[in-house]
Design a protein around this ligand. Structure first.
Ligand code: SF4
Length: 714
């Protein structure tokens, strides 16, 4: 903490270095508390934090508005017989929750209780929530909203490299690579400060290839833009590798010395017909050749993917086609080279390492592995046999709510599942069937509309905790001020519920640092080993990269230079044939629909839609469509269109742009109610990662009172 001299005798200012509450870039920020007649918070970007280096986006700069927001909940709320929420004391609210949980367990079994976590939770919260679900509640059914974000990239990296860390190198390596391929990431909009590294790469004479169906702000910076038909990313990536093989661009020596499985992959690619790839993806063979030559011939090249190719029912295979390509070109593990995923949520990385995912235990251990179970049971002081097995994945867990699916109670921590889930009207209907819905949040979001109990929580800046950014760097989000009267931290809520449920002993911690110390022990020997990381080290070193297995270990900024995380040290190729999206345009629904983000809003918008500057800048979602399609539909800019899929419909005003393909509609997913993009989307799940197909579904569009378009525009 540093102090600056007051300008006036009556004014004091105190500055704390902390981190943004939103995305996985986790920009370092300086929050200054100015105490004069009133107390105000001023936010500036931290020039010394090595990731954002003095830059932030509008979301971070305006985030202080969340803390004293007039709509903030400051006391627990209990649903009354008249259907309204009314204030309650903490004791009565927690007694009520514990009593209902015990009654439902007795009536329907322990597995009838569900827990839904979040990529916004700190590592300490994710860890304690996983322990609470498995030890106190005894339920296998815990998952989190990161399943909707990075799970396909995680599954792909685990299968190819034996370990999943979003970026296996620091973001600063982006500036060093000669050819950068950004695939399905509009990072100029989603995490603008990362662009300083992209611009530096270009200034050094680097090539930037962007693959995106839309001409985004990121694609505008590219030297080469490939604009595939939605849902054909896997085919395109396979096609690039087939071209690399055909043109002799692969690195045979690297393949022989560092990998397994290339012969099978090569055989599977024999059926990859380049003219078919060109026709189905819509990307010319000439552009494909240029792209693969730029990647292969450069001394260093890097492929970074975003949610575009990952949020598909074949997202894992698509990521595997990326790892295949980069391994075959001999790039993975070399300086400023390889494959990485641009993680989205603030703690999307740490959130999946510490046990709030249905199939995992702390340290990135697997819940079905006997040795892993034994290691964690020892730390928790329980019999390994008492640990539940693998639970349902996020969408399946929500879809199972109600008497038919068997989930009778749901505890939601930091997630707005109604807005964030595909086929959202189904999830909204299922929430209404619960016997107990508990929502822990700072605001009454769309999910809380059906809550029996709403528990108000402390926000960023009001508590201390660690997060793991997109590089695998463990950072410390410091407390700036005391939480307001009437709210509790998630850690306190978990501990007090555990006490009431008769298992308080394992949850008594006097600080988040004490929780972190147990987390460190629990991760020792796991893939995501944090045992050498401490709050003191993070403060001193501006973050520490995992794995870090001992206090004297320097941490691991770069992975794979010598070996991959399989026993034999070799990476794995996987043959991943193309398959179509679960739902394609047809005569009834002739258009593609895809979703994405605005730079002013974050995920479900539960926070950013309440920040005045952000609301003023982007007060509503708009549906983007090509002028040719607009003409066929007879719609002009600003008019409202009704968009319908087989699951639901919405109405949005249009924005007409040549940046999108004539056969595709795009909408952001930050709004709820009748403007929720996820009313339309598909719950088709990736067979490995269980990621829903957010990015592709078939829709039709019409003006009110006019018949929908019956054919797909050219
Ligand atoms: S939202 Fe992301 S990019 Fe923007 S300030 Fe926060 S951490 Fe940085």
């Amino acid at each position: 903490m540093s102090r600056s001299a007051p300008h006036l005798a009556a004014v004091t200012a105190e500055t704390v270095k902390t981190h943004c509450p939103y995305c996985a870039f986790q920009c370092g920020m300086e929050v200054t508390t100015v105490r004069a007649a009133t107390t105000t918070l001023r936010i500036a970007a931290d020039p010394d934090f090595p990731v954002n280096r003095g830059q932030m986006c509008i979301k971070g700069f305006t985030s202080a508005a969340l803390l004293d927001h007039p709509q903030r909940i400051r006391q627990p709320m209990l649903r009354q017989p008249n259907g309204r929420l009314a204030p309650a004391s903490w004791a009565s609210a927690l007694d009520f929750v514990a009593g209902r949980l015990l009654a439902l367990q007795a009536a329907h079994g322990k597995q009838s209780i569900g827990v839904f976590g979040s990529g916004a939770l700190t590592n300490e919260k994710a860890y304690l929530l996983g322990k609470f679900a498995r030890v106190t509640l005894g339920t296998p059914n815990i998952d989190y909203n990161g399943r909707y974000c990075m799970s396909s990239a995680a599954a792909g990296q685990n299968r190819a490299f034996g370990i999943d860390r979003g970026l296996p190198f620091p973001v600063s390596d982006i500036a060093e690579t000669q050819t950068l391929m950004l695939w399905g990431s509009n990072c100029a909009e989603t995490m603008p400060p990362i662009m300083q590294w992209v611009y530096a790469q270009k200034e050094r004479g680097g090539q930037l290839i962007v693959v995106d169906p839309r001409l985004t702000d990121t694609a505008r910076c590219a030297t080469l833009h490939l604009q595939p038909t939605p849902g054909t990313d896997l085919l395109l990536a396979n096609g690039l590798l087939a071209l690399a093989i055909e043109q002799g661009l692969i690195d045979e020596a690297y393949i022989a010395s560092r990998t397994e499985g290339f012969a099978d992959l090569r055989r599977s690619l024999l059926s990859c017909d380049t003219t078919y790839v060109e026709r189905v993806t819509g990307v010319s063979l000439d552009k494909q050749r240029r792209a693969v030559q730029l990647m292969a011939r450069a001394e260093s090249s890097m492929l970074l993917s975003g949610r575009g190719p990952e949020q598909q029912s074949k997202g894992t295979d698509t990521v595997l086609s990326f790892t295949n390509l980069m391994l075959a070109l001999g790039k993975v593990g070399k300086p400023a080279s390889g494959y990485g995923c641009l993680t989205g949520q603030g703690n999307g990385q740490g959130g999946r390492e510490h046990g709030q995912k249905a199939d995992q235990l702390p340290g990135y251990r697997l819940i079905e592995d006997p040795e892993h179970r034994a290691a964690i049971a020892k730390v928790w002081g329980i019999d390994p046999a008492s640990l539940p097995g693998k639970g349902k994945s996020a969408y399946e867990l929500l879809d199972a709510m109600g008497p038919k699916g068997g989930i009778r109670a749901m505890l939601v921590f930091g997630s707005n599942v109604v807005v964030a889930s595909p086929n959202s009207s189904n999830i909204e209907a299922k929430l209404k069937q619960l016997d107990l819905l508990v929502v822990c949040d700072a605001f009454e979001n769309e999910t809380a509309q059906d809550a029996h109990v709403l528990l108000p929580i402390a926000q960023f800046g009001e508590e201390t905790g660690t997060l793991t950014n997109l590089e695998g760097r463990v950072i410390l989000r410091e407390q700036v001020r005391k939480a307001p009267e009437g709210v509790k931290t998630d850690l306190e809520i978990i501990a007090e519920l555990a006490e009431r449920l008769g298992a308080g002993q394992g949850f008594k911690f006097d600080s988040s640092e004490a929780v972190f110390d147990e987390l460190r022990r629990a991760t020792a020997g796991g893939k995501a080993d944090y045992s050498g990381i401490s709050y003191a080290r993070i403060r001193q070193e501006k973050g520490v990269f995992w794995p870090c297995p001992a206090p004297e270990h320097p941490g691991t900024p770069r992975l794979f230079a010598q070996r991959f995380a399989f026993p034999d040290g070799r990476a794995r190729f996987h043959a991943v044939p193309h398959r179509a999206a679960a739902e394609l345009p047809d005569a009834d629904y002739p258009l593609f629909f895809t979703t994405g983000r605005y730079k002013e809003h974050y995920n479900s918008g539960a926070q950013t839609r309440r920040v005045p500057e952000l609301e003023d800048a982007k007060p509503e979602p708009r549906i983007q469509l090509h002028p040719r399609l607009a003409k066929e539909l007879g719609v002009v800019e600003g008019q409202s269109l009704i968009i319908e899929s087989r699951r639901g419909s919405l109405s949005m005003s249009v924005i007409i742009s040549r940046d999108i393909r004539p056969d595709t509609l795009f909408a952001p997913f930050h709004w709820g109610g009748k403007q929720a993009a996820n009313l339309l989307t598909m719950p088709a799940l990736d067979p490995t990662s269980r990621m829903p197909e957010f990015k592709i579904c078939a829709v039709r569009a019409r003006l009110a009172g006019v018949a929908p378009l019956a054919k797909r525009p050219k």
